[in-house]
Structures are given as structure tokens and as C-alpha cells.
Design a protein around this ligand. Sequence first.
Ligand SMILES: Nc1ncnc2c1ncn2[C@@H]1O[C@H](COP(=O)(O)OP(=O)(O)OP(=O)(O)O)[C@@H](O)[C@H]1O
Length: 598
Amino acid sequence: MKPLWRLNKYLYKYKGLLLLGILFTVISNIFVIIPAQLVRLAIDYVVESFSIFRPLELGGLGESAQEIFLNFVLVFGVLILAMALLRGFFLFLIRQTIIIMSRKIEYDMKNEIFEKYQNLSLSFYRKNSTGDLMARITEDVSRVRMYLGPAIMYGLNLLILFPLVISYMIMVNPELTFYSLLPLPVLSISIYFVNNLINERSEKIQRSLSNLSTFVQEAFSGIRVLKAFVRENDSVRNFTIASEDYKDKSIRLTKVNALFFPLIMALVGISTIITVYIGGLQVINGEIGYGVIAEFILYVNMLTWPVTSLGWVTSIVQRAAASQTRINEFLDEKNDIKSSTHLEDPIQGTIKVTNLNFVYPDSGIKALDDVSFEIMAGQTLGIIGTTGSGKSTIANLLMRLYDPVSGTIEIDGKNIQTIDISHLRRNIGYVPQDVFLFSDSIGNNIAFGLDYADQEKIEQAAKDADVYQNIVDFPKGFQTMLGERGITLSGGQKQRVSIARAIAKEPRILILDDCLSAVDTKTENVILTAMKNIMQERTSIIISHRVSSAKLADHIIVLDDGKIIEQGNHESLMAQKGVYAELYEKQTQAGESVDSEL
Ligand SMILES: Nc1ncnc2c1ncn2[C@@H]1O[C@H](COP(=O)(O)OP(=O)(O)OP(=O)(O)O)[C@@H](O)[C@H]1O
């Protein structure tokens, strides 16, 4: 229960709705109890009237007695109907307050969690799978809502109705109360167990269903690979297996579900039989009237649903507490990437890296080992290196997606840990290695980093990234919609849209992380030449496997296993006749098609 206390702030926020809900629950329960008493009075009246009807009929007063008698019964009937209608009206109001409150809290919670997600560091996203992040903001929040809505609603009903009904029952007949309520605890406990079984099996179904959807999704998005490797039959077979697992689990759930209602009905039936039997004996002994039996049957039926809901509510609360624990884990997560001060001075772009060491926290891989270099504002740095040598890690650290283990990065002489993170990132244009484009128009994708989409800027960025002509050739131009991960564009086009997105926001520092790998060296040259003007005005870092990308840079560093093994400009590195020169020879000899590694 303790994790759920965190929700009290929301209950307090919507206290008006909650208090109204409580009030409506009390009123609706009053309209449940009064009709039962009216039924007792009506039946006792009918029985009594029958006993005096004969003598009155013999005395010639039969007709007027019958009329009075029928009028009374009609009044009872109308009163009971009116109460039922009023109860219905208040039940409607309960849902309008408590369930609405739960939906509002659900909305607030989702926003709170999503905002928290957005502010967490990249290492958090490495630690947790996307599926898990999605589950917490959807399934877990839904389960917590079940506590805030239905569980509170039925719980309140139970708390109000129970004492009210039982005290009335005891007032009318304590002995009959005891016997007729005897099966109800059994009902509640059985419901609790059956419900837990249902939940457990539903969860298995849920997992099986998500496996099935992941499988189907992969089969669709990887359809080209699937067909190229002629794995269609294999895919069908695997789908059948996954689908069969889902079917078996569903059937297992149906079996338990099938038990649910018969169980309730049986136990309620037993209560009714006991009430009629014990009540009947008391009527025979002349202790009570017939009306009491009818009244008690109504009371027992009234209590059935709340007692049933007790087991249900308990399991909802348990599940909600487990879900809230998971949600709290994320809400309590701290973002360790923080700035000591929040400097927002205009950035010129001089970068000085001193003795940088970095170990990835999740894998323990030492990605950078004592790396130092410096570039002046407006200069271009080329980073060349083998796969896994730490090139992208330098970009990650520059953008403070991670903080170094030791060593410093200074921009314009200021440690980047003193600069406001948003300000820093706003000044960096980053083109990642794995292009990600949103399912939106090309224009909006390019304008992603801009506060206001300015068509002129979008078009200029597209021209500078050498993708303008491709875009205007599409029938809808900049309005062309990109599907999931931009499937309508070729690899090279996607990379260039991604470059346009980075340069559209006119950053002071531009980082191109191996983002021209999908274009041939000729196109690469065209793009880099087109971007020369842009790069002239800002500090640029070109990360690449290809010497052709980096050779124009003012300064080049060659990385191997996290260490800088050579540095200088193209001419000085060629003169060194080391790894760089060897690579240059290899790549130029092999022609433009070669994209080999060190
Ligand atoms: N998020 C991460 N978590 C853990 N280890 C990582 C992570 N990213 C990279 N690494 C590891 O750190 C090392 C350096 O990776 P990095 O991505 O910087 O290499 P790279 O030079 O950019 O390689 P490539 O050219 O293939 O992209 C590699 O051994 C890699 O496995």
C-alpha cells in the first residue's frame, strides 16, 4: 500500500470530485436500504390484510377494503420505483465524479512520467528497454487508475453500505443476520483467489500477445531481409508457434473465467437458502413475519456485489501497488548529468579536450584513454579510427550525453560542466550515425530543431546538405511524409535530410558522426564542398572511417582502441607515413568504392 501514498497528492488535487463522490455514494446507498424496508412493510401489510379481508368481506365491506388495500400496494410500488430511479441517478453521479477523477489523475500521471523520461540521461535509456518504458507509462498507469477509479469507488461503497445494511439487519433480527451472512466471507476469499488466478493468467496472455506483436512487427519491417533470405516458411512456422502459445494461454484463462460467475451464484444461492430456511423456522415459531424473509433476501443480494468486489478490490489494490512501485522507481531516478552553474554566454566554438578518459557505465568498456586535442573556433577537426575506437564517444561527451570519468572538455575556455546543458546542446548541430527521422513531413523533419519553422531556412539547409533537388522532385516536395524511420527515402537521402536538420538550426558547433557512409565518395565530396561555406563559419567535427571525409580538416586525430595514435593535418600525417598515410594509400588505391576500415 505504501507506494500508493504517492498518489495522495493527486487525490488532494481533485478533492472536490472525491468528496462529492463520497457524498453521492452515501445518498445512493440510502436509496438501496429504504426499498428493502418498504418491501418488508408491504409484505407484512399484504399478509395482515389477507387475514382481516375474509371477515370484512363477510360484513359486506369487501369491495372498499380491496380498494384501500390495492391503493396501499400501489403506493409501495411507486415508492420503490422512485427509490430505484433515484439510486440509478446517484450511481451515475458517482461515476461522473470518481471515475472522472481517476481519468484526470491518469492524464496527470502520464504527463509527469513522460516529462521525467525526457529529462533523464542517455544511460537511463541504455539501462531500460523501450518495452519497459512504454509499459510503465501505459499498463502500469492503467493499473494504478483502476485503483483510483473502480477500486476507490467500490471500496467506498463497501465501507458505507456494509455498516449501514448490517446494523439494520441486526436491528431487525440478529440471529438471521448471523446465518444469512455466513457464506459471504467464503465468497470474498474465493473471489480474491480466483481473481488473482485470472490476473496471473491475463498477464501471461499479455506477454504472449506482446511477443506475437513484436514478431509480426519485425516480420513486416524486416520483410526485405526475410524475402532475400527466403525465410517466409520459417517465419510462418514461428508465427504459428507464437500464435498457438497465445491460444493455449487464452483457453486457460477462459477456464478460470468460466468458474467466476457460477462461484458467485452458488455462494449467493446458499446465502438465500439459509435465509429462507432459518427465517422460515422463525416464522413457523411465530417470531417474525414473512416480510422479514423478503427483506433479508434483498439485504443479502445487496451485500453480494460489495462482498464480491472486496476480493476484486483487494487484488486491484495489490496490482496497483506493484505498478506504482515500478513507476516510483522511474520517478525517483536522478539525472546525474547536471551543470554546476548554468552559463549561457554566446558560444564561439573553441574546443579544448584534456586527458579525457571514459568508461561506459553499463558495459564497463573503456572507450577513451587519455585523449587530448584542441580546435579553434571555426576550424574543422577530422576524427578517423577503427570500428569501436571511441569516435562516437567523443561526440557523446561533447554533447554531455555522458560525463567523462576524468579529464576535461572546455568550450571557449569554460568547462562544459559549467554551461547550461540546453544552451550547450542548442549550439551543437549533431548528425548521428544511425539516422532517425520522425514520421512527419520532410520539411518538419528539417525544422525539428527550430522553434519556428521558417521555410527559407529549411530550404537553405536542404540546399547546403545537397538534398534540395531530391526533395523538390517529390510530388509533394517538402510536404512529403516520411513513414516509420523515413522508409520512403534512400539511405543517402536520409543522411542528407539529417544533415539539413542539424544545419537548419545554425549551430556554432557541427558534429557529423559518420553520416556520409551511405553515399559514395563522389557524392561525399559534393556534399562536403557544398557545406564548406557553412563549416567555415563554425567549428566542425567530422567523424569518419574514410580519409576522404577527413582530409580537408584543419586538424585530424587518428584513434585506435580509445587512444590517439596520430594527429596533425593531412600533409603532416602523410609525411609521418604512419597509420593515416597507409590508410590513405589503401583507400585511394582501391578507388571510391572502398569503404574499408583501418
Ligand atoms: N552506449 C554504450 N554502452 C556501452 N558501451 C558502448 C556504448 N556505446 C559504445 N560502446 C562501446 O564503446 C566503444 C567505443 O564505441 P564508439 O561508438 O565510440 O566507437 P566508434 O569509433 O564510433 O565506432 P563506429 O565507427 O563503429 O561507430 C566500443 O567498444 C563500444 O562497444
